[in-house]
Ligand binder design. Sequence first.
Ligand code: SF4
Length: 649
Amino acid sequence: TFKYLFTPKKIGSIWIKNRILSTGHMTSYVENGLPTDRLIAYHMERAKGGVGLIIMEANAIHPTAYFTAKTICAFNDEIIPYYKKLAESVHPYGTKMFVQLFHPGREVFPSGTSVAVAPSSVPADRFRIIPKELEREEIKDIIKGYADTALRVKTGGLDGVEIVASHGYLPSQFWSPRLNLRKDEYGGQSIENRLRFLKEIVEEVRKKVGTDFVVGLRLSVDDLDDEGAEYGEVQEILKYIDNQIGGLDYFNLTGGSSATYASSTFIVPPAPVPPAHFASHAAKIREQVSVPIFLAGRINDPVIAENVLANGQADMVGMTRALICDPHMPNKALREEFDRIRVCIGCDQACIGHMQMDLPISCLQNPVTGREIQYSKIPKAKKIKKIAIIGGGPAGMKAAVVAAERGHQVTLFEKSDELGGQVKLARKVPGREEFGELVSNLKRELQYYRVDVRLNVEASKELILNLSPDEVIISTGGKPYIPHVKGMDLPHVVTAWDILSRRKEPGKKVVVADWKGDMTGVGVALYLKELGCDVEIVTSCYQVGHSIQEKVRSFVLTQLFLNGVEMTSQYKISEVTEGTVAFSNIYTGQKLQRYGIDTVVIAYGLLQENSLFHQLKEYVSNIHRIGDCLIPRTVEEAILEGFELAANL
Ligand code: SF4
């Protein structure tokens, strides 16, 4: 039972029905700068699922605040009818909605159309931008933008606004002494001057919306980069805001900054970061200020949220990805149906990962997210069918769950003794253990919908034909690709999967030959290093860009570097002999030779494993292929494919 999580809380002038909130996050469900029906359906589904408060994503308060190509533009009255629609979609469920008042300052994505502006022209490393220094008239115009947008939110019938000063965005650029080099009244050494911008925003917003409308502030407890504010400074800043500025109804605490790759990781912290990692910072701040504290940061489980509240570390708990993954998590927790909650695994692939590419967000585990209009209610099957699914990886498991949920009779065959496919191996990589939880989630769903799961069964043509199913789904996955170069048949040449599954043991001196540039090569290299091998990874590519996949890979590359793994890029394997391995440069053809090698590990991606499909296709008319056996891709695409097929059978 929850003592705190489902207790109402008063924030400013309004009551929130429980302590669970969805923090502001970009969805890319935006066309021409305005919210789409998809965005409305997305939030309505979460309201139905029981969340107490939704803080809607970054709304640009000024033409210079165009953060990405998919930013909501709230700097004119065209936005008001959309706010009204959003209010009408969440209020019937007792959910309140606030709006983020947003200006990124110098942190503009390459797809954003703004000219980046900042208190001073200090370059931004992540997006390689040198911003234009704001002139004083421009500062006043931006402050007016915050206030006018706040009034639009109120006119639209929503419940509050949140000034975004977190993650190195504009207000925090003013208070950082490293980013604000101004000599006028908005700069200099004094905290009073560096907080003048925020003070004037709060004053102007209050003038427009009055005292009975909620106004909050979001900020990072530590920017975790050299230029931003660190924890000690943030405490001083917050005390000053609380005592000298006032006018705010809550502080919403998070961490990290957009400024660098490393610090931006903490904006949406991935799985190796422990749950509620800023809770102790928040607790200390909560003791020093007079307003309620909201806290976010990988709080993916209602029990963890309850503990944060019970420990006095926060008054409300941000569970954004938990809600992206399972919008009905609050109601399930309230009903104590813990086994029915699909737990977010912190992979960041389809949520923030999509956003960073200007794609509509979804969830790797839950393809309904972002597709609520089509799929929030998957209809029961008109005719109940007997369905055989061969292959218990994520695609096959998801197809089995959805088909069974619709009422079909489903049998799932898996030739090994465990479900999970490639995920079973991926979770062996240090720091990726939690990725395996997606298999646990799917297993629970298979059980709930009573799918007949048969492990250790190699489904043959005869077995399937004897079963005479109405539909056959082949999800037999992939097998490692072996490059066509000399020496691949030597006993010391193995695949990444051989190593991760422990089918083969490595020698002392190991070279990993990586071609694909995904997580497999770097992951197995880290795994081998932790086993105590001397490891070199020779890869045909390193990461570039700022997508989440590249960031996660670069995170592992950094760990490889810190652990003393040698790295050589832009070479692909050309020959292996006993004790040597040769590579050639992908641009110049120049040769590279390594000697005294005990084991060569090949990480060259996957080939389709579809032999059963070819054996069956002339005997079975309703036969389908999904996942890697069709074409090797990401887990997200495999799950989506399994979902969409089963939803329409
Ligand atoms: Fe969580 Fe991954 Fe889904 Fe994002 S994509 S909500 S991190 S499970």
